[in-house]
Design a protein around this ligand. Structure first.
Ligand code: PAF
Length: 299
């Protein structure tokens, strides 16, 4: 594996592969890699010839200086891990390579960026994500790029961005990886103490309660109430617990179509997010067999 820190060098390396007809996969990360990232890398290795993992803690997407400074960093361990997996390039640029002096462009995806995480962390969060991801797409020009569904709103923002700007990349949204107790893997989990770690499992239980209530036919209000009581039992107050349309990330009633239950909450000092697909049970009138008891059958 080759670690590359300059854009020009990475472009030159990848141009050789492209000339040889090899496809390129990109896994964008901010490091502190866990099994969720490993699953993205495995998918990229299966589907493309040359895999680039980018490792860049993007200051533009942090609204809080403390959150940026406390974001876990361990580049040596991350580099060893991706090398073992068979990744060809680790792209780990310094901040000045991505945002050189005089840098003054921002990419904003209106609408889908504005609710949930955008409302809590500020619209600047997804501006930062959209800007750095656009730059990574321009630098690497991948055939496919891999993102985790745990960051569902990020996936929706990037899908909109790619469509709106006609960027020729296939966005692969990959399933959330969970610990056996249901906690969605996140680089932030390593900052939870043992007690926080146990309380944090209430997030996935709350989402499961929403999904169960929906499947039992409850409407949005009742399903969300079921989720909220699960959080209350763990002493957790959600920043948001909502049912949204996965394409727009706007609040939505539950009906027969797939929706997402989404949650964000602080567990001690650590802010966590999670989501789960939900669907309300609604009997399909065309599949109802209304044969009165005792009525003659065809046989
Ligand atoms: O999901 C992340 O780790 C980041 O938001 C990303 C996509 C690497 C952009 O900085």
């Amino acid at each position: 594996m080759i670690t590359v820190r300059e854009i020009a060098r990475l472009r030159a390396e990848l141009a050789n592969h492209r000339r040889a007809g090899r496809s390129i996969g990109l896994v964008p990360t901010m490091g502190a890699l866990h099994d969720g990232h490993v699953s993205l890398i495995h998918r990229a290795l299966e589907q493309t010839d040359v895999v680039v993992v980018s490792l860049f803690v993007n200051p533009a997407q942090f609204n809080d200086a403390d959150d940026l400074s406390s974001y876990p960093r361990d580049q040596t361990r991350d580099a060893e891990l991706v090398a073992r997996l068979g990744v060809a390039y680790l792209f780990a640029p310094p901040v000045a390579e991505i945002y050189p002096p005089g840098y003054s462009t921002t990419v904003r995806v209106h609408g889908v960026s504005e609710g949930l995480e955008g409302a809590q962390r500020g619209i600047g969060h997804f501006d930062g994500v959209a800007t750095v991801v656009t730059k990574l797409f321009n630098i690497v020009a991948p055939d496919r790029a891999y993102f985790g569904r745990k960051d569902a709103q990020q996936v929706a923002v990037i899908q909109r961005l790619v469509r709106d700007l006609d960027i020729p990349v296939a966005v692969e949204a990959c399933p959330t990886v969970r610990d056996p107790d249901g906690l969605a893997l996140s680089s932030r989990n390593r900052r939870l103490g043992p007690a926080g770690r146990a309380r944090a499992t209430a997030l996935s239980r709350a989402l499961a309660s929403v999904a169960r209530a929906a499947a039992d036919g409850c409407d949005r209000t009742a399903a969300l109430a079921a989720g909220r009581s699960e959080l209350e039992r763990a002493g957790i107050e959600a920043e948001y617990l909502e049912v949204v349309d996965p394409a727009t990330m706007l609040p939505s009633e539950l009906d027969g179509d797939e929706r997402l239950a989404v949650v964000a909450a602080h567990v001690g000092p650590v802010r966590l997010i999670d989501n789960l697909p939900v669907r309300r049970f609604s009997p399909d009138p065309h599949n109802q067999v209304a044969t009165p008891i005792g009525a003659p059958t065809d046989r």
